[in-house]
Design a protein around this ligand. Sequence first.
Ligand code: C5P
Length: 313
Amino acid sequence: MIPASPPRADREVRVRAPGKVNLSLRVGARESDGFHPLATVFQAVSLFEEVVARPSNDLRVTVSGQHADRVPTDMTNLALLAAQLLAAHTGIEAGVHLHLHKAVPVAGGMAGGSADAAAALVACDALWGTGLPREELVELAAQLGSDVPFPLIGHTAIGTGRGHLLAPAMSRGEYHWAFAVREQGLSTARVFGVFDELIAGATGLEPEADRALMQALRAGDPHALGRALHNDLQHAALELAPSLAEPLAVAQDAGALGVLVSGSGPTVAALARSRQHALVIAAAMTAAGVADEVMTAVGPVPGARVIQTTRGS
Ligand code: C5P
């Protein structure tokens, strides 16, 4: 074990990492490792998790912001696991106090927990001075969960494998979103379980990249993107939470260019024509009482990065 150079007690590193929407999520049949092969297109959106890392003798986490009470603070917390993995990987003997400020819905299908883990990797790497190249952090991220590498990279990317093998995708312009958030989250594992029941007996579901969608992104055409949005997990999410049909319908009536469940849900994402239109859709969902909360955001945005370093006095 290499002892980390003793950091000043009041030193801190602040990192911001984005949530995501799967613009397209195509899912194949479960494989022998228990995971499903995916072909997905991620877009990072401007709902940001903020993680502050400070020196500590042990590994601990505190949480504030949106539904902070629903985030575990024991060693099941993905951000703590990220810090532990980085320490083990680099042979550093150091603790950290991570403070997570949540803005991405908890268990909402927008990878908020994964963004925390990605931000924790970047924050600890800076705090401990381990200086790993981004590609090495991405490899560590993939060990933590299928959705953890993407918030490190951000922007727009194609994900294959379990969704963890990323290739950057060309995208032009800005896309405006309204989100309907449901207080009660959905378990990713459960949604994949219902997906298995729904496709029982079907074979040959090889996930493919989406040509029309990639073309829409290259052209910067939100109307074409709206038509190409697709989620193979949507039926499974609706099976577990049938009331999700309501925000989908309300957003469509409010003129959304496309609507879908985000990832494994239960957040519903509606693509708008403009920032103003996103606010109109959000207002319509609020007025109809079909969401516990509504949010608007724009994408794509960059991946996890240090926004402030305080050196200590
Ligand atoms: O990788 P992660 O921990 O986020 O996955 C959570 C659960 O979602 C897995 O345990 C698995 O049941 C399911 N999953 C899957 N196929 C994927 C990704 C996740 O079946 N490609």
